[in-house]
Ligand binder design. Structure first.
Ligand SMILES: [Zn+2]
Length: 290
């Protein structure tokens, strides 16, 4: 039994427009959206999605309902499976703790594009992709063939394979998993997320017993700048001698802690960093609080 509160939360957090939109292209008509029905063949759109009511309804074949009903039909899942897929999708549960398994497949598309998908009904899903009703990406770039597929694998393998293909063929040419959208921004790609790992804070020993704490999205490049005399006025006045400490971090708080610690160790007059980077500074009040 799935608790009612869980189902309510899944429905409250799921946007049916985004959900249906990840399978097919939507067109805004008034306050609703329209699309060719995903559940019967047609030439003019008779499926309506209402953001207000959070339901879909096809006036051709009668298919309709909420996000759970949509998931049941499109992925041919039973009721609990549909709820869990939606919960996974919105991050309410982790893929690792779910025992959701199915087929992860890789499609080669026209114009050297790739699509990675997950389905518990592989054959039906491939047919949908072939007819242009599978996903926005496979509608835009026609499917050529199934390159490879993995049966009875966990749901999150879809993201793994997507990342693998992105690093092989470039993020511009690959969609799938959490990256299934037509307009993918660079900062959402695994490549960009990986790049962020260059973030870091560092402590430099400068000439005349001075110190500097830097923080940058690209720590190594920033350190180079300081050594090249292209950094702050402080590191131009007191050129760097060597790097004392490097901390790989995404958190700017670390830069503050590092600066305050250096101020305690070497005297605040001799240290610049975080938001105390001017030539002349007042004693940071944070030093007294620590
Ligand atoms: Zn229909």
């Amino acid at each position: 039994m799935i608790p009612d509160e869980f189902i309510e939360e899944v429905l409250a957090e799921t946007d049916i427009v985004a959900l249906v939109g990840s399978y097919t292209e939507l067109k805004k008509v008034g306050k609703d959206y329209k699309t060719l029905c995903l559940f019967h063949k047609e030439k003019t759109p008779s499926m309506t999605i209402s953001p207000e009511k959070q339901i879909f309804k096809c006036f051709g074949c009668g298919a309709g309902g909420n996000a759970i009903e949509f998931m049941k039909r499109i992925e041919r899942k039973n009721y609990p499976e549909a709820i869990y897929s939606l919960a996974l999708r919105i991050g309410l549960i982790e893929a690792e703790i779910s025992d959701l398994t199915g087929t992860v497949y890789v499609l080669k598309l026209q114009e050297d594009k790739y699509y990675i998908g997950f389905s518990q009904n592989f054959d039906a899903r491939i047919k949908a992709h072939q007819s242009g009703n599978g996903a926005i990406w496979t509608k835009k770039y026609q499917m050529i063939e199934v390159l490879e597929y993995f049966e009875s694998v966990p749901f999150d393998m879809e993201n793994e394979i997507t990342q693998k293909y992105m690093s092989r063929y470039g993020w511009r040419n690959v969609r799938g998993g959490n990256y299934a959208f037509k307009y993918l921004h660079y900062d959402q790609t695994p490549e960009a997320l990986h790049r962020k790992k260059k973030d870091g804070a560092y402590l430099l020993l400068l000439k005349e017993g001075k110190y500097y704490v830097g923080f940058s999205q690209d720590m190594e490049a920033d350190i180079e700048r300081q050594f090249a005399g292209k950094g702050l006025a402080w590191t131009k006045k007191y050129p760097p001698k060597r790097v004392i400490q490097k901390v790989k971090t995404l958190n700017i708080e670390t830069a503050m802690q590092l600066t305050l610690q250096a101020m305690k160790d070497y005297g605040w007059e001799n240290v610049r960093g975080y938001r105390w980077t001017a030539d002349v500074i007042q004693k940071p009040k944070e030093l007294d609080l620590q």
